[in-house]
Structures are given as structure tokens and as C-alpha cells.
Design a protein around this ligand. Sequence first.
Ligand code: NAD
Ligand code: WQD
Length: 331
Amino acid sequence: MSILVTGGTGYIGSHTVLKLLERGKDVVVLDNFSNSGPDALRRLEDIAGRPITFYKADILDANALSKIFGTHNVEAVVHFAGLKAVGESVGKPLEYYRNNVAGTLTLLEACRAFGVKNVVFSSSATVYGSANPTPYREDMPTGGCTNPYGRTKHIIEQMLQDLHHSDNSYNVTILRYFNPIGAHPSGKLGELPGGTPNNLMPYITQVAAGKLPKLNIFGADYDTPDGTCLRDYIHVEDLAHGHVLALENLGGCNVYNLGTGRGTSVSEIVRSFEEATGVSIPHVITDRRPGDIAVSFADTRKAQRELGFTAECGIHQMCRDSWRWQSFLSK
Ligand code: NAD
Ligand code: WQD
């Protein structure tokens, strides 16, 4: 029996593939390389020390999916494939709805045709919107997302819940990630932002590498201890482990936050990065970034109670591993 990982050469997918292989699982990876590539696959195989069963395929391609499901005895799908750039989604909403929503629909139709009834899905803390108090709890109202990317996640969550309600032999686990950062300890796998990064950690590592002159801290006048925004940064290795636990505990329709339960400010991240790596990060305070909320962090109790999930890695390790990956890229 195999586990099909869509988007498995991407940032979070590749770390999860390694964890599944470590557990002795038979893994089949599918990716269209829209935001990864053959290099990532090669590095993944290098770390795994063995070839990986891989299909360059699109989740929108029903024929390709039929071939994969027809060839492998798939017991579960871990579904990472998707477009994820918040800003880009505002300018290209239809591309985001097609790829993420129609892509997931096509994938779920293939699952139904082949009797695959176990699905783990990559959702995001963004579905909590801006109206809920922190820490975010899984039973809080969702929606009110401020961009098309977030709405695709919210729609897919509902599609999956509807599927389970129509036939409760489908086991669906929705994982709401907080802010994934860090990289594989080997330094050979990590996040590959296209162009100038929008997210904080890849921006910091590119400043550290001298590719960008300075970090702009978007606002220091928030109602937080040091005035900069608080986020729940989680190491991608912990996140990947969360998927293994989710697969081991499939049953019914469940939603879990994957975070650390701690908020860290932008200024603290900068300071921790400097302490952990010895590299200084020139920075200036600029205006707030439109759409940012002051504070976001997870209530982690449900994942801890029901999955046995606890994030182990601290901020220093996240910074060190992110920097090792950037240093590998800069070689
Ligand atoms: P990523 O871009 O590194 O990985 C996604 C992979 O999916 C890429 O390799 C890409 O080539 C592939 N892909 C995209 N569309 C596809 C399609 N139609 N068919 C086949 N493959 C396709 O992103 P990531 O950071 O690893 O994110 C994985 C998932 O987690 C995404 O669904 C993302 O929305 C979600 N997520 C990410 C974050 C984050 O901050 N990184 C936070 C919350 C949720
Ligand atoms: C973190 C903090 C910025 C860049 C996004 C998505 C979310 C999820 C994770 C997918 C904020 C500040 C950033 C910079 C800065 N992705 N910042 N200078 O916005 O919390 O979440 O990624 O699901 O949906 O919205 O993450 O890394 O962009 O920002 O000061 O150059 O860093 O203002 O406070 P965010 P981020």
C-alpha cells in the first residue's frame, strides 16, 4: 500500500516525504514542478539514499491521476500541491481557484474513482481570518479571508468536510499550518521562493547572504510587547512529523492546528537569527503591510491530545537551519 504525496518535491512536501520514508512507508510523489524542480527531486533522493517513485504530473490532469492510481495501490493521499503566494493570488485569482480548488476537486474525483478514502490536506492559519481572538482554536469560526489564496484554502476545507458528510467512510484530516520556517538539517532541502521573497525568513536569509540590502520591518506600532507583529513560527521538520502523526491517526473528519503555541515578534526573529548565526541583519522600520494582523498563534492542545503532536524545535534552530539552506543555495 502506498501513500501518494502531491506537491512532494515542494518545501513542506519534501520534508514530509523523508519522514514517511524513514518510517518505512511506500511513498509515491507527484508534482508538476511549477514551484520546484528536478534538482529538488535529486536532492531528496540523495538524502533518502534511494530512488523515489516520482511522477511529473498535474493534479488537474485526470488522465495522469488515473494512471498513477491505476498503477499503485494508494491507501492515502497527503495533498500539498497548490499555489501559495498571497500577493500573487490577488492579481491572479482565477489561476489560484483553478489550480488549488479545481485541482483538488480533480484529485478527489480520482480518489473516489479508485476507492481511496484517506486524505490529509495542507490548510493554513489564514482561514481564521482577522476577527478571532488568539490563540486560534480549531472550533472557531473560519472564513473572512482577505485574499483569494486564503479563500481557496477555506473552500477546500469545506469541500473535504462535505465529502466526509456525504460518506463517512472518507477519513479527512485538515492541518492548519501556522508559519513554517527552517530547513532540513542537511542544508540540502528548504524553501525556494521565486523572485524577491514576501515571507519573513527567506527575506532575512537573503539579507544575510548579501542578496538584499536590508530587511524592512513592516510596522513597529502594533499593540504587542515590542510593537512588531507576533507569529507562530514552526520548524518544517516538526511540521513534517505532524503529517506522519496525522496519517497514523486518520479516522473521521478532523481539523488540527500545527504550530508551537508561541508568538514570536519580528524583532525577536531578527535578534535570534543574529544570535544563532553570528550574521547581522541590517533593518529599518517601515509602514505596516496592508492585510497584516498584529498577532497569530495556535492553540495546540487538540493536536497534542489527539495526535500526540508537540513541536520540538526552538527559534534558534529554525534560524540556524534556514541559514544553512541559504548558504547551500548561495554556493
Ligand atoms: P511549495 O510551493 O514549496 O510546494 C507546493 C508544490 O506543489 C510545488 O512543488 C509545486 O510545484 C506543486 N504544485 C503546485 N500546483 C500543482 C499542481 N497543479 N499539480 C501538481 N503539483 C503542483 O509550497 P509549500 O510551502 O511546501 O506548501 C505546501 C502546501 O502547504 C501548499 O498547499 C500551501 O498552500 C500550504 N501552506 C503553506 C504554508 C507556508 O507558509 N509555506 C503555510 C500554510 C499552508
Ligand atoms: C511574518 C511577519 C510581516 C516580511 C503568510 C501567509 C499565510 C501563510 C504563511 C500560507 C509579519 C513581517 C515579513 C518582511 C516583515 N502562508 N515581515 N518584513 O504574513 O504571517 O503569513 O505566510 O498559507 O497565509 O499570509 O508571514 O512571513 O509574510 O510575515 O516585517 O519583509 O513578518 O509583517 O508580521 P504571514 P510572513
